[in-house]
Structure formats: structure tokens, C-alpha cells
Design a protein around this ligand. Sequence first.
Ligand SMILES: [Zn+2]
Length: 343
Amino acid sequence: MKKQDFEERYSRQVLFRGIGAEGQLRLAGGRVAIVGCGATGSALASLLGRAGVGTLRIIDRDYVEPSNLQRQSLFEEKDAAESVPKAIAAARKIAAFNADIVVDERVEDLVPGNINPLLEGMDVILDGTDNFETRYLVNDYAVRNSVPWIYSAAVGSYGVTLNVLPGKTACLACIFPDTPRGMVETCETSGILNTAVNVVASVAATEAVKLLVGGAAAERLRKTLWSFDVWMNEHAEIAATNPRPGCRACGQRDFVHLAGEGRPHITMCGRNSVQIHERARPIDFAEMQQRLAAHGTVRHNEFVLKFWREPYEMTLFPDGRAIIKGTTDTGVARSLYARFVGS
Ligand SMILES: [Zn+2]
């Protein structure tokens, strides 16, 4: 982009004293990973993409469905109709409103085995996930590699966020040594207001901007666990200024989640569905479509293959990963996969 166009495009942000012309250039050089691109991830990517963050790496394992559209602001009805992977749909949408930034989309499930290549080289990691397992994994990675990350979560009308600045502030495991009760509620059980999502994403995205701008802006970073309820008009802050002595992650540097010990290869992923990601198994969609046609309805595009066999719906990705809908029984999912894809 020409210097003049750049200045014009971001003029309202440059006028804001906390950022200025120099801060805007730092944003343009900034590299942000967004782990999970559902509701929170969509809002984070939209805000930061429009703000001119130079590189957004968007990591998501899922595809767009009609029930996402109420709150996942980067997606359209067409994406849901075609089951487009969220990372791909997000990249297309961002390119339509800011073609000058780099979007590095990854249709992958972040796990211990791929976390290093997926998160390396990033200045800050943002949380768009919906589960504590992945958050603890990201926390281990961030603490071990001294990369700042921002925890964000929303459910019902409630949202919560925390900046983790390794070596400076408390980490996620300092505050929640174990998965906190109350946050095991999910969007499937408690529903979610899109407004709660956008509040938490706005606060977290602002903190990410402060981090990237650096200098005096970074001194404004919040050092509390901040939570609010947009329906009940409640908010709270818990100090997170200091690491907790003896913390498993940042104190003892015992990165159990990175080691991935005992991590299942078959996981629940909400919505009455099970994910199978046992091993990489490249899938030839055309060949698979032919093979499955005798057993049910099958359809594919360049990103996913969908196979319907009452009462199940299987979505296959090119690397062999599958999401099986219609059951929460991992045994049932595993045998379906073995029977139709291979064991
Ligand atoms: Zn800690």
C-alpha cells in the first residue's frame, strides 16, 4: 500500500494519542495468532484486521454451521451451506475488508504435536477457543517460550479475560490450577449472547494493540482477571500482578500439557459430536466419494467431504481428521470411522 493510502486508511487510529503514526507502523509489523475462530475469534480477527495488524494467523479445526451465524461475525449463510472451514471463510472475509494484511489460515486442531510450528514467530497469542484443555496447552507454550497471550472466554451473558505476560504477571495456571467450575458450562448448555462475546473480544483486542504498540502503551496493560455479566450488570476484577509461587507452569516449569501425556485421540467437541484425529491419513476426496456413495449421501468440495448415514453425519478433512455428529459415544464414532474411512 502507498504511504499516502496507508496514512489515510488508518488516520482515525493515528489521531488517537495512545497509538500515533509510530504505533500504527508497529501494528503493521505485528504478528498475532488467533487460536480458534468461532465467536470470540471472529470478533478478535475482525477488530485487529481492521486496525491494521500486519499478520493474522488463524487456526481453527471446525467448519461453519447455521447455528454459528448468530454470533460468529466473519461468516455468511453461504459458508454454512457449503460447510466451509472457519479458517478459510475467515481469511476470505478479512481479505474483503483489508486486502493489505496477511492472513495465514490453518485448518488444524491445535495439539501438542503441532503447536510449535503453528505458534512460532508470533508476537502475541489470542484465545478464541472454547475449552480449557487447549487453553492450558497454549499457556504452557506461552510460558515456556515467553510469548504473551490473552485468555478470553464467554458463555451465556458472562465474559472473562486475562493478559498473561510470562515472567511478569500471573499465568492461567496461577489463577486456575485446575479447570474452573462454572466455566465447564458451554455454549451448548447455557447459550450465549453475541454482545457478551463482543465485549470480551473488544477488551482483549485492545490489550493486544497495547502489546504490539509497546512503549508507553504497554505500560497500560491491565494486570487483572477482568470479568463482567452484560445481563446482570455485574463486573469484577481479581489481581493478577504477580505469579503464584509454586505454580505448576510458570513456577515449576512443568509443562504437562505440552508433553501431551495421556491426551486422547478422540475428543468431544460439543454439539453432540466427536472428533477423531488419531493419525495423519491423507484423503483423496474423489476416491472417497465413490467408495461411500453406496452407503449413504456424500458430497465434497475442495475443503471437506460430508457423509450422511442416518443418524450420523461425518465431516472429513483432507488430512484424515473427522468430526462425527449425532453421537457423544467415542466408541460409536471410532467404529463408524473404521468402517467407512479405514482403521
Ligand atoms: Zn503460573
